[in-house]
Ligand binder design. Sequence first.
Ligand code: AMP
Ligand code: MG
Length: 414
Amino acid sequence: MPDSCSQESRPLLSIENALDSIKVAIQPVSGTEKLTLKNALGRVLAESVYAPINIPRDRNAAMDGYAFSSRDRVDGQAFMLALVGTSWAGRPFQGQLQAGQCIRIFTGAVVPERADSVIMQEQVQVQEQNVYFPADTRVLQNIREIGEDVKQDACLIAEPKKLTAVDLGLLASAGVDRLAVKRQVKIAHFSTGDELTALGRPLEPGKIYDSNRIMLGGLLTDSGYSVTDLGVIPDNKQLLEDSFIDASKNHDVIITTGGASVGEADYVKEILQNCGKVNFWKMAIKPGKPLAFGKIGGCYFFGLPGNPVAVVVTYQQIVAPALRQLSGDALVKPLRFSAICSSALKKAPGRQEYQRGILSQDERGEFFVATAGRQGSNILSSLSQGSCYIILPKACSGVLPGDKVTVEPFSLLI
Ligand code: AMP
Ligand code: MG
């Protein structure tokens, strides 16, 4: 499928083929390290964890009330039991519960052996050491059974899994405080371009501020990654080549922005061909057509386009799944669903587009999407105001208001 803007006759690579090609090329990191639970948030679990104990370990009360045995209930009649003690959370009742007896019990407190029921405190009358149960007293209620959450020796969390705050809570509930995680992926990134000016410096004629680097740094914030910001490299072939080779020696991945196209000052692909290997470099997506993926020695290389919106789109659609695979995490498909488009969208057939939209839902639960504004790959303001991509397939030649489209909500980071 030739692209009208392309200077090359070679067909552009579809995003599906690009992702497949990455899936085949990337070997997950193999090193692991032991960490305490406190340091493990966001890291990828390397060894499945099995429960060393039942959770809960003890039979305990699900609410505040009185623990008793169903054998002491008198069917269809009110009955009275003798109050002989208390079981507090963390301080179990020390005696043996006998027939005709009950105890005061609090949520989370151990239920004594003979008891099999807890009645809510609001449902009984207490007079001195006697507890009066109503005729409609329900039995076999309000007790949390041993192992009802997780049984001892059952798999608590299977590898690989990026550990969430809830996972850490689950591991803590089983008393696990050290675990094996995959080592961090070492990532170096830099911007390329003679026009780039660092923040805080005055803007000389023809120059622009470097917005890609701070954005990419933000997108790469992940405890599974150790990220080095290598600054800005001017459009100088030798300097670029030296920087690529240097960074490749002690990183797993290099990510650059700019210089990946076919202009006179675009050296990325050429350098990658000279000192490494290029897997592909032009994709049938918009924004983000020029993208170099390759390897320098053992280091993966992603040469992203220069335009800021294209950087974000190619990062999210291509680089993020690749990094997830490299970190040893399981791959997840992005959440996509259909919405009714309330705007007219311009599009030429030939490339899959990721237009920026604003998503909403009406009172009946129906999703609607409106364009977020101008769609140029340099228009960062509409990306900032948007809340989703509107994904328009290759063959689509425009959208009319009322048409159904596929949307993908932005992750929390953008
Ligand atoms: P290039 O791919 O190097 O030709 O860059 C394409 C467009 O993106 C040009 O308008 C560049 O000025 C712009 N650009 C490149 N790098 C950055 C950056 N780090 N921040 C903002 N814009 C950039
Ligand atoms: Mg450039």
